[in-house]
Ligand binder design. Structure first.
Ligand code: IPM
Ligand code: MG
Length: 355
């Protein structure tokens, strides 16, 4: 069966890292029996420049019809003054919402060869293997009302709205509990129920779901600020971390830094079973290094690995690709973010050679 893949390179370093994904895909097809047909579409600022919107309706339809969607990155200073609803980031939020990919799996894994690349001591990060399950289609990212209004005295007021419903919490919590059962069987749920009503609801709904459906899984609740501290103090205490859209955004960047570089970490945004997933490296478009061959393609290549695993059911190929990345790092391949000097293309070739 031929799987339909949609690639969305996007902006900044997106096209550079996506070129390495394609290099890997070519080898998986030519040498390892993968059957895919690949289509590429404009996304983010690149789409705005041509189509006037950060994602076109045609691309959204293609994404919903694909077996898997893989993106590079969106955004950059070139679009800083574009109206908010047309900004590159809005294309990504629209795509996540349209695909209804509400559960974002963000693993933070410390590769053995990189245990000294982290700003944290080796003793803290060696063997680190945790995964965030970030709620991705709700919360303050989408809540209304939101806006900036001018007050009678001429000053202004900006407001956003953090909203969660039972269903939104339960469906993402279910993903976290199911994932925990395949791992070390522990979920830590993060919110600020001491301050926020939506956080209190979050805690209550997670507690109720745990009691009714997942009593065999260890459940711990933690305030999100404490979790930030614990992630730097003793990150290995965690297994699966379940949290909302905004805390998940912030804390997954923090967890990435614990592993050595944000250029290493992939993610998988999943919806209901049978629906296509959206795979995103968690790094951004990195305009400061874009176009210079400095980007680390590993986060994007491992996003392909997650797609093979979660959307295409190609577990063996996913394992093979993960091993190839580990092998390339073991043999000393390092891009600039890891203190090395390999260009993006050479890192891609090192992984292909290991494959
Ligand atoms: C991420 C990014 C996005 C987010 C931006 C680019 C909209 O930071 O995927 O973590 O905030 O979700
Ligand atoms: Mg982010």
């Amino acid at each position: 069966m031929t799987n339909q893949l949609l690639l969305l390179p996007g902006d900044g370093i997106g096209p550079e890292v996506m070129a390495e994904v394609e290099r890997v895909l070519d080898v998986l097809v030519a040498r390892h029996g993968l059957q895919v047909s690949v289509e590429t579409a404009l996304f983010g600022g690149a789409s705005f420049d041509i189509d006037g919107v950060p994602i076109s309706e045609a691309t959204i339809s293609k994404a919903k019809a694909a077996d898997g969607v893989l993106m590079g990155a969106v955004g950059g200073p070139a679009w800083a003054n574009v109206p908010r609803d047309l900004r590159p980031e809005m294309g990504l939020l629209r795509l996540r919402k349209a695909m209804d990919v509400y559960a974002n799996l963000r693993p933070a894994l410390c590769f053995p060869a990189l245990a000294d690349a982290s700003g944290l001591k080796r003793a803290l990060v060696e063997g680190l293997d945790i995964v965030f399950v970030r709620e991705l289609t709700g919360g303050v990212y989408f809540g209304t009302p939101r806006g900036i209004e001018t007050l009678p005295d001429g000053t202004r007021r900006g407001f956003d709205n953090q909203v969660y419903t039972t269903d939104e919490i339960v469906r993402v919590a279910r993903v976290a509990f199911e994932l925990a059962r395949k791992r070390s069987n522990k979920v830590t749920s993060l919110e600020k129920s001491n301050v926020m009503e939506s956080g209190l609801l979050w805690r209550q709904e997670v507690t109720a779901l745990h009691a009714s459906d997942y009593p065999d899984v260890e459940l711990e609740h933690m305030y999100a600020d404490n979790a930030a501290m614990q992630l730097v103090r003793a990150p290995r205490q965690f297994d699966v971390l379940l949290t909302d859209n905004l805390f998940g955004d912030v804390l997954s960047d923090l967890a990435a830094a614990c592993t050595g570089s944000i250029g290493l970490l992939p993610s998988a945004a999943l919806g209901d079973a049978g629906k296509p997933g959206l795979y995103e490296p968690i790094h951004g478009s990195a305009p400061d290094i874009a176009g210079r061959g400095l980007a680390n393609p590993i986060a994007a290549i491992l996003s392909l690995e997650m797609m093979l695993r979660w959307s295409l059911q190609e577990t063996q190929l996913a394992d093979l690709l993960a091993q190839a990345v580990t092998h390339a790092l073991d043999s000393g391949a390092r891009t600039a973010d890891l203190g090395g000097s390999l260009p993006t293309t050479e890192m891609g070739k090192a992984i292909v050679a290991a494959l």
